[in-house]
Design a protein around this ligand. Structure first.
Ligand code: ADP
Length: 259
């Protein structure tokens, strides 16, 4: 009976996920189809109108594509390819990407306290995680404010953060001066598909994906937030202990901005 109940709960969860996806997807496709139809009608004598409709359709298609990429990454749980990474170099290497993501009215500050240790993580997924946190921060600040990314070394005790094993970690804090979160939102942010953003904008997969990545990497994540003041998301990533130096190469392919 236990197993049966679990099976039923699983089916319910899958049903909910599928319903959510189908709903979002339908909305995005409606934008695409609508835009194409309008553009077709205006193609001959209203070139500027047609172009606008095509742009809208393109945006709808891009959102749909971003959603599928995220779903795939989520479902597939892409294998991690951990390597020694210098977190400070990695964050600073994302500067241009960050500037483009944040826009001109959000100031970016990057700080490292002392010399961050090397960590043992999948570089690409860490970049994606930081980028996703920056996108969330930008949305919370409605385009204006300050984003601080701060790296520091910490020694955690057992269960000090989440289910942390005792040991050395590099802590990456991503702090924004945005709207903050209510208790109710904070309690649910790691749930897949939980979002407060309008349909088509939020997928509710960002933080759950980051949670999965961090835990799989042997790390932890915590969030401190105050409504009206801002939010700090802290990633704790396990220190890399071998004598090898962290890879300094920051020419790895950049992740795409996925919203
Ligand atoms: P999405 O960004 O697609 O909604 P996430 O899982 O990344 O999905 O975030 C879930 C929700 O958590 C967001 O919809 C938002 O309500 C809240 N949230 C996440 N980051 C922040 C932040 N920096 N400030 C305020 N709210 C946030």
């Amino acid at each position: 009976a236990e197993a049966q109940l679990r099976q039923i709960q699983k089916m319910e969860a899958v049903g909910q996920l599928t319903g959510g996806i189908a709903h979002d997807f339908n909305n995005m496709l409606a934008v695409v189809v609508g835009g194409l139809e309008l553009a077709k009608r205006k193609l001959h004598d209203h070139a500027a109108d047609a172009e606008r409709h095509l742009d809208n359709a393109m945006e709808g298609a891009n959102r749909a594509a971003a959603l599928t990429r995220r779903l795939l990454a989520f479902a597939r749980a892409e294998p991690l390819l951990p390597q020694a990474v210098n977190p400070d170099t990695l964050v600073r290497g994302m500067n241009d990407l960050m500037d483009r993501t944040l826009g001109e009215r959000i100031r970016l500050e990057v700080e490292s306290v002392a010399h961050p240790w090397s960590i043992w993580v999948d570089r690409h997924q860490l970049e994606n995680a930081i980028l996703n946190l920056a996108v969330n921060a930008r949305d919370a600040m409605e385009g204006e404010g300050k984003l601080i990314i701060r790296t520091s070394n910490v020694a955690l005790a057992a269960d000090e953060v989440g289910e942390s094993l005792p040991g050395d970690y590099v802590r990456v804090d991503v702090t924004d001066t945005g709207c903050g979160m209510s208790r109710e939102v904070l309690d649910r942010v790691f749930e897949p598909f939980f979002t407060t953003k309008p349909v088509g904008k939020g997928t509710g997969l960002g933080l759950s994906q980051i949670f999965g990545f961090v835990r799989q990497s042997g790390g932890e994540i915590s969030i401190a937030s105050a409504e009206g003041l801002g939010t700090t998301v802290s990633l704790y990533l396990p220190r890399h202990h071998s004598g090898e130096d962290a890879d300094q190469d920051s020419a790895a392919p950049r992740p795409e901005v996925v919203e």
